[in-house]
Every structure is written in C-alpha cells, then in structure tokens.
Design a protein around this ligand. Structure first.
Ligand code: ATP
Length: 347
C-alpha cells in the first residue's frame, strides 16, 4: 500500500510560508495532479514528498511508513523512500547508453546479469525504446529522453512516482503522445503518481483527482469533472476550464438547486451553498435562442473548427462566452437562455 498522507504539513523558507498546513490523502494507486499557477507551492510539496526538503511543521507518511515528522525530527532520506522521480530536465546519465541508464539501478541492487537483462528489456519494450537502446541520451529527442526516465522508474518498481512538469520542454504534439505513455505507465505499474503541472488541460486529461493549489494552499481536491462542474470559488472556476464568474442576487433555495437573478433575468442554479452569491457560467450553459430573455451582442467570433467561440456583451456591459455551430457576425444581436449553472458563495 502506498497511500500518501499529509498531516498539517507546513513549509517556510526564511520565515516566509510557501505551504500552509496542508492535510490531504492520496490513495494507493491514484494518479493525482498538483495544479496551480507559478509560485503556488506545487514543487515544494513534491520536494517534501521526495525528501529533498523537510517540513517546518506537520508530518507525512507513505504507506505504513512515516517519512517526515517536524515535531520529532524524524526524516527518511530520499534514497530510502522507494520513490521514482521524473523531472523536466530528464536527469539521465550522459555517458551511459539508454540500456545502461535503465539497467544501472538493477546493477547497483546486485541482481544477476540475466535478471538485469530481462527486466531492462521489458522496460525498454514497455516504453517503446527497443530501437534506441544503444544510443546515448544526447542523440535522443526530448520525448525519447523522457521515456528513458520512465523506463528507469519502471525497473526500480517504486511504490510512488513523482513527476515535476515532465512535459514542459516538449512541443504540443509530443505532449499529447507522452500523456498516453504516462497513462500506460500508470496502468502497468499501478504506482501512486503525483504529477505537478500548471497546465489544466494536461491535468484534466490524465489525473484521477486534481489538487488545485493557490498561494500555498490546496483550495479544492476533486475529480476533473467535479472541478469543472462544481468549482468551490472564483479561483478554481477561472483556472479549470473556461467561463465567466458573475454575481447573482435574490437566491431562493430548492433541493440541491434554487432560483436566482442574473443580469436582470430569473434563472435556476445548482449549488451546495446556503446563500450563493456568484455563479460560474460555462459556454455550454448558454443556448442561443430567439426567445431568450437575456439579450447580448456579439463582440468577437473565433472559429475553433466545427464551432465558433463567441464573445458577447449584454446591454449593461457584462461579458459572456458562448459557443455556436452557426457563424454570427460581430455586431449580431442574440437572445440567450441560461441552463442551470453552478453557484457558490464568496465573501
Ligand atoms: P513554478 O510553477 O513556477 O515552479 P511552484 O508552484 O512549483 O512554481 P514553488 O517552487 O513550490 O512554486 O515555490 C513556492 C514559493 O516558495 C515561491 O514563493 C518560491 O519563491 C518559494 N521558494 C521555493 N523554494 C525556495 C527556496 N529554496 N528558498 C526560498 N524560497 C523558496
């Protein structure tokens, strides 16, 4: 079992908090993304899990083993944590061939030559590297180097794998194919994976759950679907997916939903809050219809392939984003009807 438990883990650098008392559990075998803007503390959290940093207060454990505890000073060093790392910078040994990069951990462990060879070839096969096994890292593309880093993880059979923006240096097409490689790796190993990224599309495509971080805190830890359809605040609504946050008034509760006024019209909303005062309007919450109560003008129309992204402005100046299969020229006056968007309460 390699579930990861963080118990009020805090980290300060020279008295300045980078992480504020984070408590969370990552289940055994789960693929979790740490998602957030630059400086929110993602890498610091990963480095604490790896053992490269010690918490200022709090404790963390992996499986049954306590790895760090600020109160007792207990700290298991990184090499004793049975964790694999995949970094943006690959961290391959430049003077060793791909095969040797992969087999080295097995040599160090003292496995027999035939067992080293069996496990190494299996890992090269799994990561599509058989044809590159005799090359040196300098003669590989970025995606191939990242595969070597994964093959190295595969042979060392870690209980958890930590990945810090591993695709940041790769182009868009290669990122998509590498996402498949990571998912395949996850299915094969069943390892607990913690993946740092600031790219919400990448996190949504791969993770079972995403911890959205902001200013040293986890603000929402949920499935990609829940983050998108039920964001807890303006930050999550803006960071995960596209949409607009708008104020609502005169909320009247119903069962798991209610009615409220938005831009002068009455709409129904979904919510878990007692008194929601904001909502998150996703493009798919807006239907363009002649009979719609809400009027808006098209200010910009962008072709996305098969559909158009419309930027709209209401007579009172609110900006909305909708999508349409039909092309509406800029300046068109449209009627809109609003589905049941998600509403939340903000102080
Ligand atoms: P990015 O996406 O840019 O890598 P991040 O979310 O990973 O950002 P961290 O690298 O964890 O953010 O940094 C969190 C905060 O802690 C930042 O304000 C950073 O400046 C600070 N910090 C991180 N490492 C140190 C350090 N060794 N000494 C001092 N401050 C640090």
């Amino acid at each position: 079992m390699a579930d990861i438990k963080l118990d009020a883990v805090e980290k300060q650098f020279a008295g300045i908090p980078a992480l504020h008392a984070i408590s969370a559990t990552i289940q055994d075998g789960e693929f979790v993304a740490l998602l957030g803007p630059s400086g929110c503390g993602k890498s610091t959290l990963l480095r604490l899990l790896a053992g490269f940093e010690a918490p200022t207060s709090g404790a963390l454990s992996i499986g049954a083993q306590e790895m760090a505890n600020a109160a007792t000073g207990h700290a298991v060093p990184p090499e004793a944590r049975n964790i694999g790392f995949v970094f943006q910078s690959y961290a391959l040994w430049p003077h060793m061939s791909v095969r040797r990069n992969v087999s080295f951990a097995l040599e160090v462990r003292g496995l027999s030559k035939s067992e080293q060879s069996r496990q190494t070839e299996a890992a090269l096969q799994a990561t599509g590297l058989v044809a590159f096994a005799d090359r040196m890292p300098a003669d590989l593309s970025g995606g191939q180097r990242q595969r070597v880093a994964l093959a190295r993880c595969l042979v060392s059979d870690p209980q958890a794998v930590l990945l810090d923006e591993p695709l940041a240096n790769l182009d868009v097409a290669l990122r998509a194919s590498m996402q498949e490689v990571f998912l395949d790796f996850h299915h094969r190993t069943g390892a607990t994976m913690v993946y740092v990224t600031h790219d919400q599309a990448e996190a949504m495509a791969m993770a079972d759950r995403i911890a959205v971080m902001h200013e040293g805190r986890i603000v929402q830890f949920d499935t990609p679907e829940a983050l998108y359809s039920r964001p807890c605040n303006r930050f999550v609504a803006g960071f995960v997916g596209e949409g607009t946050v708008l104020p609502i008034s005169d909320f009247t509760p119903g069962k798991g939903q209610g009615a409220a006024r938005l831009l002068g019209t009455q709409i129904s909303v979904q919510t878990s809050a007692d008194r929601p005062n904001q909502l998150c309007l996703r493009p798919e919450d807006i239907t363009i219809t002649e009979t719609g109560d809400l009027r808006a003008a098209v200010t910009r129309s962008t072709y996305l392939g098969g559909r158009y992204r419309l930027m709209l402005r209401t007579p009172k100046g609110a900006e909305l984003m909708a999508e349409s299969r039909v092309r509406y020229p800029e300046g068109s006056q449209l009627g809109l009807s609003i589905g049941s968007p998600w509403a939340f309460c903000e102080d």
